[in-house]
Design a binder for this molecule. Structure first.
Ligand code: FES
Ligand SMILES: [Fe+2]
Length: 405
């Protein structure tokens, strides 16, 4: 850590394969990672697979009971399920056809007697309908890890557990996963980089990021004008529009003029907004923007109009990270307005970060890079002028690896 100045994580955390290998064990095998939603395994026999760090995990609906287990045959190690999703009565390994029940117990080994065999189980818990797994038997439960988050989400979107996957987009970035989640969790770059987001989704002056334990909570008032996708435009989602508008009216009453009139052009002036909340304190911003990041690689977001979307990041290599971006509406079919929102969000916000994180990855690998100081607000209030949340993430990363590399 010889080149580390206060506040900045040493470059090797983002570039050293040994650090990455250690993180697979000390971060990804010990923390809760979101792998999907209960609607994807709603019926008996439905199975999904997901990557958790360097492991493949499968989640199965076994006669109504959700189970997670390592996606590894106990014969010679082939993956049991090789697709992202499947519908199965039982799990037959593609290699030598050993066959397991959806509870992971071996049913037969093609007539051979091999004794009791069971695929090792993985802990599974849900949060407002989203399925998380944890490879560690010792880790604290999800509710203790993300206190209050489920209650907040259900208060905001009561039907979140009944939402379904309506859109999924993926993109592989040539950047370390920490470069990516640091970028996600600070809005210091938002006014400079994300014009659509800071004019169409949030009022940037009201943006607040509160970090505590494993959770980073983002909250902002919606911009002054109703977001385009909540407008009644004859596309059949009038009921949801009406509901959103009713909630929005309440937010308007509470938020005060300072926040309501903030615009992208007045980024520097929005200090008076009162959207600050602490992680897990049950606070919210009416029908504004909220996001809950759960260390290390999961985030659930609410956009105005009860729009729920998620980020999952999968570390593929020290300098490669896969993004899985998903949208959860009432039905699998998108309305025209929803479809436009998904595309606008991808093109005008999410994709704007791809080049940035890849540039940062090249930069931190440069001989010419020494970690600079983080811009921290001493009051602890983190908005669009500060990076307190980045400090928090770097502290988590350091603590995870302490003494290991
Ligand atoms: S590795 Fe699965 S049956 Fe042989
Ligand atoms: Fe960004």
């Amino acid at each position: 850590m010889t080149n580390e100045r206060p506040g900045g994580l040493a470059a090797r955390y983002y570039t050293d394969g040994e650090v990455f290998a250690s993180e697979m064990d000390r971060v990804f095998a010990r923390n809760w990672v979101m792998v999907g939603h209960v609607s994807e395994v709603a019926e008996p026999g439905m199975v999904v697979t997901a990557r958790v760090g360097d492991e493949s995990v499968l989640v199965a609906n076994d006669a109504g009971q959700l189970r997670a287990m390592f996606n590894v045959c106990q014969h010679r190690g082939h993956e049991l399920v090789t697709s992202g999703q499947a519908r199965l009565d039982r799990i037959t390994c593609p290699y030598h056809a050993w066959t397991y029940g959806l509870d992971g117990r071996l049913l037969h080994a093609r007539g051979e007697e091999v004794g009791d065999v069971c695929v090792p189980r993985v802990r599974l818990e849900t949060l407002a309908g989203f399925v998380f797994v944890n490879l560690s038997a010792e880790a604290a439960g999800l509710a203790a890890t993300a206190p209050g988050v489920q209650d907040d989400l259900l208060a905001r979107v009561p039907d979140a557990p009944r939402r379904v996957l309506s859109a999924r987009r993926t993109h592989e970035m040539r950047a370390n996963w920490k470069v990516v989640v640091e970028n996600y969790n600070e809005c210091y770059h938002c006014p400079n980089v994300h014009k659509w987001f800071t004019s169409g989704v949030v009022a940037p002056g009201s943006y607040r990021i509160a970090s505590g334990g494993s959770v980073i909570h983002h909250a902002a008032e919606r911009p002054g004008q109703p977001p385009a996708w909540t407008d009644a435009d004859g596309d059949g989602d009038g009921a949801r529009t009406a509901r959103a508008e009713a909630v929005g009216a309440d937010a308007e009453t509470r938020a005060g003029d300072g926040a309501r009139t903030a615009s992208a052009d007045a980024v520097g002036a929005g200090e008076g907004a009162s959207a600050g909340t602490r992680a897990g304190d049950g606070g919210g911003v009416g029908d504004g923007y909220e996001a809950y990041f759960v260390w290390p690689v999961s985030a659930i977001q609410c956009y105005p109009g009860q729009v729920v979307n998620t980020f999952r990041w999968v570390p593929l290599a020290v300098d490669r990270t896969l993004l899985i971006r998903e949208w959860w509406f009432d039905t699998a079919d998108l309305t025209e307005a929803q479809s436009r929102l998904v595309s606008d969000d991808w093109e005008n916000t999410v994709a704007e970060d791809f080049g940035i994180v890849e540039s940062v990855q090249r930069g931190v690998a440069s001989r010419g890079y020494t970690p600079g100081p983080l811009i921290e607000d001493p009051s602890g209030v983190c908005g669009v002028h500060s990076e307190n949340s980045v400090r928090h993430l770097q502290d988590l990363a350091r603590a995870s690896l302490d003494g290991a590399v």
